[in-house]
Design a protein around this ligand. Structure first.
Ligand SMILES: CC(C)(COP(=O)(O)OP(=O)(O)OC[C@H]1O[C@@H](n2cnc3c(N)ncnc32)[C@H](O)[C@@H]1OP(=O)(O)O)[C@@H](O)C(=O)NCCC(=O)NCCS
Length: 172
């Protein structure tokens, strides 16, 4: 299970431009359920809103040398699940960053999040493969905005069960 080393940090306001560039890439638009181009002003308004939304977490994926290569996003769906989105910059794809980032990101969803859900357009085989490699399992199909999609889920382990200690000297 080796792959490139990545680190994840929360997005900050100065990441607006690179996030817009990643989101505007033709493959990223084609993978989206709203594939039309994203005007800069729309992006800025969305990014500001998202940064202050407690139900949204935007992480920047960086290489071991600190180069930003993509982004992972969590959108809380309900009390215990979140939808995950992933984009890797074009020149960094196919090098294992997507898989490594998903594996690392799972630990960073809120502590009460038990289930991570990915919703992937059926034709996006590369994305489905990336999520599968990171431990997500197929969980049915759905339609979003008229686009057929596969649903993949990753169940996070719950907190370790606490086994009560037997008081000393009680025998057995
Ligand atoms: C999907 C995406 C996030 C994957 O990131 P990545 O860093 O390239 O992924 P990895 O390198 O970790 O893994 C890619 C996997 O897809 C496979 N793959 C690459 N091209 C493929 C293709 N055309 N068809 C099928 N599998 C393909 C690779 O072989 C690899 O699998 P393997 O390790 O089992 O061989 C990236 O391509 C991307 O940002 N695409 C545009 C946006 C997008 O689709 N986002 C996901 C929306 S749900």
């Amino acid at each position: 299970m080796s792959g490139p080393q990545v680190s994840l940090r929360p997005a900050r306001e100065s990441d607006g431009e690179i996030l817009h560039a990643w989101a505007s890439d033709p493959d990223a638009r084609a993978a989206s359920f709203h594939p039309e181009a994203i005007p800069w002003d729309t992006h800025v308004a969305w990014f500001r809103r998202s940064l202050s939304d407690p139900g949204c977490t935007i992480l920047i994926i960086e290489t071991a040398r600190g180069t930003p290569v993509g982004t992972v996003r969590f959108h809380r769906r309900d009390e215990e699940s979140a939808v995950v989105s992933l984009t890797i910059g074009k020149q960094h794809r196919g090098q294992g960053y997507g898989t490594a980032a998903l594996r690392a990101a799972a630990a960073l969803a809120g502590p009460d999040i038990r289930t991570l859900v990915a919703i992937i357009r059926v034709e996006n085989v590369r994305s489905a493969r990336t999520f599968r490699n990171a431990g997500y399992l197929p969980a049915g199909r759905t339609t979003v905005n008229g686009h057929e999609a596969v649903v993949m889920r990753h169940e996070r382990p719950g907190p370790a069960a606490v086994v009560p200690r037997r008081p000393r000297g009680t025998g057995a």
